[in-house]
Design a protein around this ligand. Structure first.
Ligand SMILES: Cc1cc2nc3c(=O)[nH]c(=O)nc-3n(C[C@H](O)[C@H](O)[C@H](O)COP(=O)(O)OP(=O)(O)OC[C@H]3O[C@@H](n4cnc5c(N)ncnc54)[C@H](O)[C@@H]3O)c2cc1C
Length: 407
């Protein structure tokens, strides 16, 4: 475990205000010259100074400021080429685990997990889906049984992105099979290095093994690693899922960030395949991407301030559909060259390579966007029921004890 020490300037001095933030960052940089400080020391110091995510509380990597003030910090650090925490390597940690730990963790849990998570020293994964419990996640069957101060966990998870790199996992398990499915779940943090955790690679459409199946065989999870009350796991899960949708659908992106950027670059770089028809499609997608970016930026700020709502399902749905249309047009424009894709050898993804991927890879990978983090059909159900207030799908299994459900 990495100890967390709050920067003396934050804990002893006056609270840092948004107006004082530029001076505070300049002071920080005068103490920690990014060119002379080893990367990990710089990142740890940045966390301790509250400059990791300024909206988080003091002691948790933040300063309790408005989330929008983070852009002041980011711009100042970018101007001096300070190292970042490679957020693309720890998407589940940053997008889902951190806000869940902040909302439901004890101060000790926050102290233990948030700093190494933010610096990227510890990668996180999410042990939610099971072979018979994806969209209907609350029907999951992985069991956790109390034993002394531990829980003993048995079951199988699937589609677990990054499990092969992760130190920690968000885990939901059934602790009471005799009550209806939503009420018998408890939420844990599982040490992926524990005996009994078996991670097996699964090959996906792109040829890579980005995700895994994970077998849990008598894995001991200390009760200290429980997030929230016993039996209240579904409530904690909801906060993870809402943050997940925002993380997928409304990640902070500059203009022309993400798939639309690749398409626009291609259009500007090459004139051989330009036609009036493809230009019209390009402009239409560009406008949609920009409209979505601006709308979701508002949503993102709402979420990082700790209040993600069901609206995240709207941006998750829109993002995945748009990404698929954008990557399709990129392939259309490339013609035969778009079909040339890699060597198909079975391998783990190199997450640092994102910008160097071929268009064919992007086309195939975007297919997963409408499944991961909840399918498009489920997003539509959430929008219709929780945002538009339309009648709910008929459900017959929410009052019957889980162990009496047919399966
Ligand atoms: C790239 C990728 C990464 C992933 N990473 C992770 C991860 O890290 N951790 C993790 O736990 N999981 C992960 N998943 C799993 C993902 O969350 C599930 O695949 C997803 O929730 C769908 O569940 P399922 O596959 O069991 O499909 P099912 O739930 O079996 O659904 C099958 C089909 O039926 C439709 N359907 C189901 N119920 C309804 C309904 N009520 N109304 C209308 N249509 C319905 C679905 O939309 C879908 O089209 C990942 C998946 C992908 C593709």
């Amino acid at each position: 475990m990495t100890d967390t020490t709050t920067d003396a300037a934050v804990s002893a001095g006056d609270p840092v205000t948004e107006d004082g933030l530029p001076t505070y960052v300049a002071d920080f940089l005068s103490k920690y010259d990014p060119a002379a400080t080893p990367r990990i020391d710089f990142l740890r110091a940045r966390f301790d100074a509250g400059l990791a995510w300024v909206q988080y509380p003091i002691g948790c990597g933040g300063l309790g400021l408005d989330a929008a003030a983070q852009s002041i910090v980011d711009a100042a650090l970018e101007a001096v080429a300070a190292p970042d925490n490679a957020p693309h390597r720890n998407v589940i940690g940053l997008g889902m685990a951190a806000p869940t730990i902040l909302a439901h963790g004890t101060p000790e849990q926050q102290r233990q997990w948030l700093r190494p998570l933010w610096t990227g020293e510890e990668i996180w994964c999410q042990l939610f889906s099971e072979p018979a419990a994806g969209s209907d996640l609350a029907s999951l069957g992985t069991k956790a049984v109390p034993d002394g101060t531990d829980w003993v966990v048995n079951g199988q998870k699937v589609w677990t992105s990054l499990a092969h790199e992760a130190s920690w996992a968000l885990l939901i398990a059934r602790t009471d099979p005799s009550v209806p499915k939503h009420r018998g779940l408890t939420y844990f943090v599982c040490d992926m290095r524990s005996p009994g955790v078996d991670v097996r690679a699964l090959r996906q459409l792109t040829g890579e093994a980005e995700f895994n199946e994970v077998f849990l065989d008598n894995v001991r999870v200390p009760d200290d690693n429980r997030l929230g009350e016993v039996g209240a796991g579904w409530r904690v899960t909801q906060s993870t899922l809402m943050n997940e949708r925002v993380a997928i659908g409304a990640g902070a992106a500059p203009r022309e960030g993400g798939p639309i950027g690749f398409l626009a670059d291609l259009w500007r770089r090459e004139d051989t395949h330009r036609t009036i028809g493809s230009f019209d499609k390009l402009v239409q997608l560009w406008v949609e991407a920009e409209t979505m970016r601006l709308t979701t930026e508002r949503l993102r700020q709402q979420a990082v301030a700790g209040t993600p709502g069901p609206e995240g399902s709207g941006s998750k749905l829109a993002y995945s559909l748009l990404a698929q249309r954008v990557s399709s047009l990129e392939l259309d424009i490339l013609g035969d060259r778009g079909l040339r894709f890699d060597d198909w050898s079975f391998r783990r993804p190199n997450l640092d390579d994102e910008r160097n991927r071929p268009a064919g890879y992007r086309f195939l990978r975007t297919k997963g966007n409408s499944i991961e983090g909840g399918t498009s059909e489920i997003m539509r159900n959430i929008i219709s029921e929780r945002i538009l207030g339309l009648p709910a799908e008929s459900r017959t299994d929410t009052t019957i004890p889980w162990n009496e459900l047919p399966r």
